[in-house]
Design a protein around this ligand. Structure first.
Ligand code: CA
Length: 368
């Protein structure tokens, strides 16, 4: 009820705003007529990489669609499709680039095969937290760098949510030190998997629906996923007792909305603006939703017998060293190196700032 009222008010507000703008001279190229009367109805399709069961992540596309519709008085309709329905889950970039669909919602690190710099649009191990990533994107030059990278693919990216620091995942037996990791078979994709590999782990790439049975029959000893709220739904706690943290390979992974650049260029200015503010709302809203849903989910898991374990310092130190080696190794690619250099500079300055008031406060207060 509250939400409906809010949406209705926002819609009226937006319509009034557009009309007033029309009285003041009209939208560019509209000859001074009220913009709200001249704008056409547009229908777009958005393909997500995610299933509906990841409701917080998938839900960001629904939030965006709902808000864009409300802000344009229903004239700009975007219909989201879950991963695999129109195009394969990892085919989102290709689908938006080719214009098969106008929009996508995905994680850019799925596409590091096209350029390793795509990782910086999502996250790298021991990289930025959610807040630091958002600050880099919105006010630190990160989004401009990403848009330059994506321009080669005919795509305009917008930050599209963040999970916050993820958990390290579920282990059937304890790994109290670096040596205990050796020989562990763990479901962990991407750069995190490469780092784990260097630490003696055998990384496995397994899709979400196959993780539970693999863990159950002992084909894997451990798995990472997201955090308490999403992990609880997949039931890993029924098989693996030890829940490790932090997920150092995903300290603040960002999702991204992709818009086909030609389609963007054809949008009326007011619709571009609606899409921009709706994307920002979906971006910030996802993190807030996770931050609200993870605490009760964690409590339920602990109440049901899950034991929390922090990764040992020797694991974190070795993993951080291997991460740096891998990130440096890729610097031969000039496009990657330009973004990597800016990332390193931002990270250093941001860590210095967050290492003061935020860290001192968290260190003292969160444990009390
Ligand atoms: Ca993860």
């Amino acid at each position: 009820m509250q939400r409906r009222d809010f949406v209705r008010k926002a819609t009226l507000g937006a319509a009034a705003g557009v009309t007033l703008a029309g009285c003041g001279g009209g939208a560019p190229g509209e000859g001074g007529a009220p913009a709200v009367q001249t704008q056409r109805t547009i229908r777009w399709r958005l393909v997500s990489s995610f299933s509906r069961s990841l409701d917080t992540i998938y839900g960001a596309a629904e939030v965006l669609a709902e808000r864009v519709s409300a802000l344009t008085d229903g004239r700009f309709q975007i219909r989201p499709y879950p991963g695999g329905e129109l195009v394969p889950a990892f085919g989102v970039l290709d689908a938006v680039q080719s214009g098969t669909v106008q929009m996508g919602h995905t994680a850019s690190y799925y596409y590091v095969g096209k350029n390793p710099a795509f990782a910086f649009d999502t996250c790298v191990p021991f990289g930025l937290t959610s807040r630091q990533q958002t600050a880099w994107m919105y006010h630190g030059g990160g989004l401009e760098l990403m848009r330059a990278l994506f321009a080669d693919f005919g795509i305009r990216p917008f930050p599209g949510g963040n999970t916050g620091a993820q958990m390290g995942g579920w282990f059937r037996r304890e790994v109290p030190s670096l040596s205990a990791l050796r020989g562990i078979k763990m479901r962990i994709p991407g750069l995190g998997g490469r780092v784990m590999d260097a630490l003696g782990v055998t990384p496995q790439q397994i899709s979400s629906s196959e993780i539970y049975p693999a863990l159950e029959r002992g084909a894997i000893d451990a798995t990472e996923w997201v955090g308490p709220y999403d992990d609880e739904k997949l039931g890993f706690n029924q098989i693996a007792r030890f829940y490790y943290y932090p997920g150092w390979w995903e300290p603040g992974p960002q999702l991204t909305f992709y818009v086909n650049q030609r389609e963007w260029d054809r949008l009326p200015a007011a619709y571009q603006e609606a899409l921009t503010v709706a994307a920002a709302e979906a971006h910030v809203g996802m993190q807030a939703k996770y931050d609200a849903q993870n605490p009760p989910a964690l409590q339920r898991l602990v109440d049901a017998g899950t034991e929390l374990r922090r990764f040992a310092d020797d694991i974190l130190t070795a993993a951080a060293e291997q991460t740096t080696a891998i990130l440096e190794e890729q610097a031969a690619d000039p496009t990657y190196n330009r973004i990597y250099t800016a990332f390193k500079d931002w990270k250093q300055r941001s860590f210095r700032w967050f290492g003061l008031a935020e860290q001192a406060y968290a260190h003292f207060a969160f444990g009390t």
